[in-house]
Write a protein that binds this ligand. Structure first.
Ligand SMILES: C[S@@+](CC[C@H](N)C(=O)[O-])C[C@H]1O[C@@H](n2cnc3c(N)ncnc32)[C@H](O)[C@@H]1O
Length: 305
C-alpha cells in the first residue's frame, strides 16, 4: 500500500519493517546549496564529511528496509567548494558523489553502475576558467550480488541503419551474406536473435533535459523521464518503490503511472501535501512502460561482472 510519511528520513525509515520496499530511487539535498528551512534537514552540516555521514546513516536504513534482491538508484551531483576545509580547498571540485559511493560500498552495498545524467538543457555558468557543468550521477547500488534488474523493460530500439547491418551481416558486406544465403544457411540470422535485431541494452549515459518548471523556487525536482528507466528496470508491477527524500513526489507519480506502490518520506509537510495532490492526478498507464510487453522479469548477477 502506498503512503507518505513526514519526518527525518533516518528516523522514519527505522519504523519501517525489513523488506518493505523492493527498490529505492532518490535525490538527497545537495551539500550547502539550499536551506529547506526545516530542523534536522540534510545539506547544512559543518563539513562535507558530516554530510556524507548523515547520508550513509539514511542509506543504512534503506539497506535494511529493502528486500534482499532490491536496488538503490541514487541521483547526486557534484559541486565546487565555496570555502576551505581540512581536505578541500576553496574552488576545488568536491567529489561528493564518489565519496558517498565509496562510503556506501564500504558498508556493504554493491556499486554496480555510474549512470551519467547528461542534462541536455544545462544552464550557462558565469565561470570562465573551467567547462560548464552539464551532468549528474545516478549510482545503481544493490544489496546482494544477485538482484532484480529487468534489462528488457528498458532496452531501446536500435537505429534503422544498425538493423539493416544485422540483416546484411555483421561485416556489412553484401557478398558475404549472399554466399551464406546461396548456401541456404543464413548464419547471421541464426546468430542474431529477433530481439537483438530490434533492441539494444540501455547504455549508461542518459540524455534527459531538466524540468523547466519548479514546484517551489528552492526546489530541485528530478524529471520524470530520468527515473522512468530506474523504476521499470528495478521493480515489477505491484512492487513498492521507496524515496526517503520525496520532495514534490516525482517518484510517487512515476511509480503510480507504472502500477507500482510507493513509500515517500520528507521532512517538509507542505511538500508532502503538494506531492499527494500531484500524485492524485496520475492515471496508471497500461501496459506499464514502453517495452513492458517484452519483459519477463529477471534476477541477474552472481557469476558475471
Ligand atoms: C532534492 S529534494 C528532492 C526532490 C525530489 N526528488 C523531487 O523530484 O521532487 C530533497 C528533499 O529532501 C528533503 N529533506 C531534507 N532533509 C531531510 C531529512 N533529514 N529527512 C527527510 N527529507 C529531507 C527536502 O525537504 C527536499 O524535499
Amino acid at each position: 500500500m502506498s503512503e507518505v510519511l513526514c519526518g527525518d528520513a533516518a528516523e522514519v525509515l527505522k519504523t519501517l519493517p525489513q523488506g518493505s520496499a523492493n527498490m529505492c530511487v532518490t535525490s538527497p539535498p545537495y551539500y550547502g546549496l539550499r536551506d529547506y528551512g526545516e530542523e534536522n534537514q540534510i545539506g547544512v552540516e559543518q563539513t562535507p564529511q558530516e554530510y556524507i555521514e548523515r547520508l550513509v546513516e539514511v542509506f543504512a536504513e534503506v539497506y535494511r528496509v529493502l528486500t534482499d534482491d532490491g536496488t538503490l538508484w541514487l541521483n547526486i551531483g557534484d559541486m565546487y567548494a565555496n570555502r576551505t576545509w581540512e581536505t578541500v580547498k576553496q574552488k576545488d571540485l568536491m567529489g561528493i558523489p564518489w565519496a558517498l559511493a565509496f562510503a556506501l560500498r564500504e558498508r556493504g552495498w554493491y556499486l554496480r553502475s555510474d549512470i551519467i545524467w547528461h542534462k541536455t538543457n544545462a544552464l550557462p555558468e558565469a565561470v570562465k576558467d573551467r567547462p560548464t557543468r552539464c551532468y549528474e550521477h545516478i549510482f545503481l547500488l544493490s544489496k546482494s550480488p544477485k538482484y532484480y534488474y529487468d534489462y528488457k523493460a528498458i532496452q531501446e530500439p536500435i537505429k534503422e541503419v544498425t538493423a539493416a547491418r544485422y540483416t546484411r551481416g555483421r561485416s556489412g558486406e553484401a557478398k558475404y551474406s549472399e554466399t551464406k544465403m546461396s548456401q541456404g544457411i543464413d548464419r547471421k540470422t541464426d546468430a542474431v536473435t529477433e530481439e537483438k535485431r530490434q533492441y539494444k541494452r540501455k547504455r549508461d549515459v542518459w540524455e534527459v533535459s531538466t524540468n523547466t518548471f519548479r514546484m517551489d523556487e528552492h526546489f530541485a525536482m528530478f524529471p520524470e523521464r530520468l527515473i522512468e528507466p530506474c523504476i521499470l528496470a528495478g521493480s515489477r508491477p505491484g512492487d513498492t518503490v521507496l524515496d526517503p527524500f520525496f520532495g514534490s513526489g516525482t517518484t510517487g507519480a512515476v511509480a503510480k503511472r507504472f502500477g507500482r506502490e510507493y513509500i515517500g518520506i520528507d521532512l517538509n509537510p507542505r511538500y508532502l501535501e503538494k506531492a499527494e495532490m500531484r500524485i492524485a492526478q496520475v492515471i496508471p498507464e497500461k501496459p506499464y512502460g514502453n517495452a513492458a510487453d517484452l519483459s519477463d522479469g529477471m534476477t541477474v548477477g552472481g557469476g558475471t561482472i
